[in-house]
Design a protein around this ligand. Structure first.
Ligand SMILES: NC(=O)c1ccc[n+]([C@@H]2O[C@H](COP(=O)([O-])OP(=O)(O)OC[C@H]3O[C@@H](n4cnc5c(N)ncnc54)[C@H](O)[C@@H]3O)[C@@H](O)[C@H]2O)c1
Ligand SMILES: [Zn+2]
Length: 396
């Protein structure tokens, strides 16, 4: 006997796709100033003015407060003088800074408790004063409390003022890996106060220059030649030149993010030139090698590899390594000799998502993306790096 036909059997399941689409434009000021908490300095108040009178939770890196006695009083006095714009919900809180503060979630939990205790809401401002590591942790805590508090950063190191403190990323280290936990969350304002650089230990002050060499090599040949021409004054960390270098480096970073892929949806990450092995070195050293120092070694390795592969001439490679050495960077560390380069590349690929994409310089001022590296050439580049003199050039 014939089965009665099921009338719905032939009908396809209706498919309805509704595309959701929106853009969220971002605009925030990056200010360069001096003595940001002097009552007459309007930079911070101006940055906050558009929010109306706003509740502000101030928190500082302990390295900064130890070297700048009276900072808590200065912040309180500043708030009193600008009470039409900001109201402090508490005196300045001080928490540890440096790489250790971003190892694991401990400091994030402390910050969340403080935000909760002071009843911060999404309209409140977290004012974070400190180095790149501290800003990364406070930024993550602020981005994840109530799904995002307003963050105003006051970077206090060379590296944070020219790179780490002006961008859109935050996070902390987990599973022994740099920045394994983190979000993309732009700040509401950045106020770079050059005065803080005067209390920064020389080693940290110098380390940030690696990021300036980085953007110069991959994006701006003129900037590279300027850095080379002024390497003596820069190596002495002459304040005026250091400030100019920070501003130009910051502008190159800001322009790159605005023109490119701010939330890093693709795999290319040009601003991470020198970072694939740099991050691995930082991890292997447990933070003993500073971020900038590790990036300098990473760039040296990548430049020697680029020269091996004909992407730059020997002379161009020498000029880049020479500048790094002249600025006072060591280009080799015993940990680099034992580093598993393939494993470091694999970990970098995983962090990028998708395929491997390594930015390498092409000459000076241009770049390319490679999706695989030749292991033999990489080992040769490392051996060459090991055999190079550690000292600065005598004259140039
Ligand atoms: N989020 C990003 O886009 C981004 C980009 C680059 C680097 N980073 C991160 O930034 C970190 C490195 O930052 P950093 O180079 O600023 O170092 P840092 O934050 O580790 O600070 C270095 C040391 O200097 C102290 N310090 C800071 N300012 C001071 C001052 N004015 N006077 C005296 N002491 C001061 C700190 O307490 C710390 O002990 C790394 O963790 C790196 O991964 C983040
Ligand atoms: Zn970096």
């Amino acid at each position: 006997m014939e089965q009665p036909e099921d009338p719905s059997a032939e009908e396809s399941v209706p498919e309805r796709v509704v595309w959701q689409e929106f853009n969220v434009p971002w605009r925030f000021p990056v200010v360069f100033t001096r003595n940001a908490f002097a009552p007459g300095n309007d930079a911070l108040a101006t940055a906050l003015r558009s929010f109306g009178p706003v509740a502000v939770f101030p928190v500082a890196d302990s390295g900064v407060t130890e070297a700048n006695g009276g900072l808590a009083e200065d912040v309180a006095t500043y708030a009193a003088c600008h009470c039409d714009v900001l109201r402090l919900v508490s005196p300045l809180h001080v928490l540890p800074g440096g790489e250790r503060c971003k190892n694991g979630p401990g400091q994030v939990e402390i910050l969340h408790r403080l935000f909760h205790r002071h009843q911060l809401c999404r309209h409140s401002v977290v004012l974070a004063i400190g180095g790149g590591a501290f800003l990364d942790v406070v930024g993550y805590a602020a981005a994840t409390a109530h799904r995002g508090l307003r963050l105003v950063r006051l970077p206090t190191t060379t590296l944070a003022q020219s790179d780490a403190g002006i961008g859109v990323k935050n996070g902390y280290n987990a599973f022994g890996r740099k920045n394994w936990v983190g979000t993309f969350a732009p700040p509401f304002a950045v106020v770079n106060d050059f005065q803080f650089l005067h209390t920064l230990p020389l080693r940290q002050r110098r380390a940030g220059l690696a990021e300036a060499v980085k953007v110069a090599v991959i994006k701006d040949g003129d900037f590279f030649h300027l850095l080379s021409a002024k390497h003596r004054e820069l190596a002495l960390l002459e304040p005026g030149l250091l400030e100019e270098t920070i501003i130009r480096c910051a502008m190159l970073h800001l322009q790159h993010v605005a023109a490119g892929d701010p939330f890093e949806k693709g795999s290319a990450r040009p601003l991470d030139f020198g970072h694939w092995s740099g991050h691995a070195l930082e991890e292997a050293s447990g933070g003993e090698i500073l971020h900038g120092e590790a990036v300098a070694m990473g760039m040296a390795l990548d430049c020697l590899y680029a020269a091996e592969k004909g992407l730059m001439t020997e002379e161009e490679g020498d000029a880049i390594l020479g500048l790094l050495r002249d600025l006072g960077f060591r280009l080799f560390h015993p940990l680099l000799a034992g580093l598993d380069l393939q494993a470091a590349l694999d970990r970098f690929r995983q962090h990028l998502g998708g395929g491997l994409s390594i930015t390498l310089p092409v000459g000076i001022g241009c770049r390319t993306e490679l999706h695989q590296l030749d292991p033999e050439a990489l080992h040769r580049a490392r051996r060459r790096l090991m055999s190079l003199p550690l000292k600065r050039r005598e004259s140039s």
